[in-house]
Design a protein around this ligand. Sequence first.
Ligand code: TYD
Length: 143
Amino acid sequence: MSFKESNVYECSVSELPQISNRAGNITPLTSNEEIPFDIKRVYYLYDVPGGESRGGHAHRDLHQLIVAASGSFDVVLDDGRIKKTVSLNRPNYGLYIKPGIWRDLTNFSSGSVLLVLASLPYFESDYIRDYREFIDLKLKYTR
Ligand code: TYD
């Protein structure tokens, strides 16, 4: 049920732990502690040309936490009714995204690294890549 019911207000940025050392910081992340799900997959996106955009899809069941491990970018969230833009630019902040949220990634700074902690392995069948289909699934047959 969470696909249809999720909304952009439930996708929020939280501060992650930061252990400060003499030379640098460490952010440790553990399933079901700082991360509100079991982490099944980690991936990172890099070498995106500065100013570029990516994304343009929603997930049926996947929960994600997105971190700007380096540099900055914006995440435009859309639940079919409301859009919200979140800027990520520090490695000790993470954006939690529920299933059923369309996301576009924009304004990458050059050299940025987008780190994703995901609740499921990669399944192409979990993606919705067509915006009309997303809107139909999200908004049709709602009481
Ligand atoms: P995708 O998530 O579609 O990125 P974007 O929506 O930003 O273009 O991923 C691009 C390609 O990478 C896609 O063909 C599938 C592949 N891929 C994997 O094989 N495993 C993964 O975990 C991810 C995230 C992508």
